[in-house]
Design a binder for this molecule. Structure first.
Ligand code: PRX
Length: 660
């Protein structure tokens, strides 16, 4: 595609109907959002309903000795009220909130769920929680398949002011136990089993196994609320486990007598904790609060996806990730939109599923990850073109850089050259989209997340000096000032929050990403600059995988690096040195890979595992030289760089000969 254009301006037709329909309009509104930041965010706060008005718009300090981030202080609101009650109160109860598209279209029916029904179900679940002693501020762990009850569970917690912590259904019992302990959570919501790609996932069994671990130091979890989904066989713990359907009649009585109204939450009361990987240590419980998160997710959802009343939105993420929190549950519901809620995977029953569902439900806006696009692109065009896709008008991507080839395929083949693409850069910590084209205004360049959203002030810094670089340049991406949906802290460890994000460059939010800015001021994310790997759009800390490996009795030491992967973006390459008495062989290799799967979950499985027979390359002070390991893994032996600090140069030669 050498004659393909480098820049794709919005079509006149799209721009004519868009909320922001020209570059001039974007620039004017952006300038205002920065110059009168507080005034801008004061106005935007009106998009949600407040029980009591706030007194201060913004109270923020990025100074490393006093990091605090507060928005809309004094205001009282409720995220569930904004997502559900207010639409029903306004007479929109009959509008479809979710079109539930089940895993297997041949054996299960799709279902339309109205705002009124979603509210009813959420209220019931909220009353079940309160009837079982869950109170405002308590932490509730949610480990669910992609069924609407997952959203009801999150909304029910928000309704009564409980802080939810959703754990992606692909994580292992070990990972669940760690997160339950860290959040000091005494209530779990799960389902008997999940369905994905025609297989069943043993969710309740995983929770049981996790609770065996947490119970080892004395029982902490009081109740496990179980949604009947597949009806499959599960173990039952009489005093602890509660079926949702058994608890429902009592909950309905509670509700009929006025129980479980929306709690009046302070704007800065925590809404949820979400665990995410970093460079070091165990995953961090990133804390998001109520008011600013609702304002920012709904605003970005409206502008970035150019949302109109008649749109059918579909974000293919799982609610276990931030994308699902912000752009399945909160943003879209606060905006009162209709969306597809998808239980399945892109390749079941076959790799044309996405496009079949687009036709089936008349999807107008489609938001997915580059890894899915690349995987489907590899299956050929026929599976795409068998669907008409005529309803589509806007496409989006999130989670990792998209290569221009995949971008163009998405644009030409999926979107028939008609749909703008919003490449949205953001993070678990940012709560909402930060860099993105506004589709009716900003010309798109394949592979670039383009320009900042309103109120966002990106800067590029020189890595070593921290100097702010102007014009076309490359360096470290930081954000110079706060925005309403920014994470407020790490649960139970504010110091870790400060150290991770605010000490690298004083006075700035450190994103962990590198980027380039071109002559048009467009941003191009170049990937993580820390020890975080992005596998299929999922963040994985190298330290986490290493800790999992060394838990195995055969492993003396482990080092993990990310290497490029055609479909997944990156994959995991692990180097392992074995303890005394263990010899490298294929069985052990398979066992170690399986071991990581068991300890963390399938997404952390090393693609390659190499035995480091002579040990790992280290500096004389004992630091593992990852830079060298990365080069060996990618077969760039001639570009190892400076090896003069190596304690033992022979180690490197042995690794090169033993490369996988
Ligand atoms: O490296 C960036 C990459 O994903 C990281 C954030 O991961 P997570 O917190 O799991 O959130 C993913 C979904 C919001 C970022 O630091 N990333 C995310 N979106 C993009 C991206 N890299 C390039 N382009 C993107 N559009």
């Amino acid at each position: 595609m050498s004659d393909a254009p480098d820049i794709y301006p919005p079509s006149q037709e799209f721009a004519a109907r868009a909320h922001i329909g020209s570059m001039a309009e974007y620039e004017e509104m952006y300038a205002r959002s920065v110059e009168d930041n507080e005034g801008f965010w004061r106005e935007q706060a009106e998009r949600i309903d407040w029980f009591e008005p706030f007194t201060t718009v913004k109270d923020v300090s990025y100074a490393s000795d006093d990091v605090h981030i507060r928005w809309y202080t004094g205001g009282k609101t409720n995220a569930c009220y904004n997502a559900l009650d207010r639409h029903v109160d306004a007479g929109k109860g009959d509008k479809t909130a979710f079109i539930f598209e089940p895993d297997d279209p041949n054996t299960q029916e799709a279902r339309h769920i109205s705002y009124a029904e979603a509210l009813r179900e959420t209220k019931t679940m909220a009353c079940v929680l309160t009837n079982h002693g869950v109170k405002k501020g308590d932490r509730v762990t949610i480990y669910m398949p992609m069924i609407p009850e997952a959203a009801y569970a999150m909304l029910a917690c928000a309704r009564i002011g409980a802080v939810f912590s959703v754990i992606f259904g692909g994580f292992s019992p070990e990972a669940i136990a760690g997160r339950i302990r860290d959040a000091d959570s005494d209530f779990v919501i799960t389902a008997d089993q999940g369905r994905r790609g025609g297989k069943t996932i043993a969710l309740k069994a995983n929770v049981d196994a996790a609770l065996q671990k947490t119970d080892a130091d004395g029982p902490t979890v009081r109740h496990v609320l179980v949604v009947k989904n597949t009806g499959g066989n599960i173990q039952w713990h009489e005093s602890r486990d509660v079926w949702l359907h058994d608890a429902t009649p009592e909950a309905q009585t509670t509700e009929a007598s006025g129980g479980c109204p929306c709690a009046h939450m302070d704007a800065e009361d925590p809404l949820f904790i979400l665990y995410t990987s970093g460079s070091t240590g165990t995953p961090k419980g990133v804390v998001h609060t109520t008011g600013g998160y609702c304002v920012y997710t709904s605003m970005t959802h409206e502008y970035v996806f150019d949302l109109h009343e008649d749109d059918v939105f579909w974000c293919t993420a799982d609610v276990g990730w931030i994308t699902g929190h912000s752009y399945i549950v909160f943003g879209p519901l606060i905006n009162g939109c209709t969306q597809v809620f998808f239980e399945g995977i892109p390749t079941f029953p076959d790799a044309g599923r996405f496009w079949d569902v687009v036709d089936k439900h008349g999807v107008t806006i489609f938001y997915t990850a580059p890894t899915a696009i690349r995987a489907l692109m590899a299956q050929g065009d026929a599976l795409v073109t068998r669907a008409s896709r005529a309803s589509l008008r806007l496409l989006g991507t999130v989670g990792e850089p998209i290569n221009p080839e995949a971008w163009r395929w998405y644009h030409e083949t999926v979107g028939d050259g008609r749909c703008p693409i919003v490449d949205t850069w953001w993070q678990t910590e940012t709560g909402g989209i930060m860099l993105t084209p506004l589709p009716g205004a900003v010309p798109q360049k394949p592979g670039s997340a383009t320009l900042p959203f309103f109120g966002i002030q990106p800067q590029v810094l020189e890595a070593a000096s921290g100097e702010v670089l102007d014009g076309p340049t490359e360096g470290i991406l930081v954000i110079a000032d706060s925005w309403p949906s920014q994470a407020r802290t790490v649960y139970g460890n504010h110091e870790r929050f400060v150290n991770t994000y605010f000490t690298a460059y004083e006075g700035k939010y450190f994103t962990g990403d590198g980027c380039r800015r071109d002559e048009d001021g467009y941003y191009w994310i170049t990937g993580r600059v820390d020890d975080v790997i992005n596998v299929s759009g999922h963040r994985m800390g190298t330290a986490e995988v290493e800790s999992a490996l060394v838990l195995h009795e055969a492993v003396a030491e482990a080092a993990v690096v990310g290497i490029p992967h055609d479909i997944k973006g990156q994959s995991i390459y692990a180097y392992v040195s074995l303890g005394e008495g263990y010899t490298p062989n294929e069985d052990l290799r398979a066992e170690l890979r399986q071991h990581v799967r068991t300890v963390i979950g399938p997404i952390a499985t090393p693609e390659f595992l190499q035995f480091a027979i002579a040990g790992l390359p280290k500096t004389r002070s004992g630091k593992i030289m990852r830079r060298i390991l990365r080069k060996i893994a990618t077969n760039e032996h001639d570009a190892l760089g400076d090896t003069s600090t190596l304690a033992d140069a022979e180690v490197v030669d042995k690794l090169i000969t033993g490369r996988r």
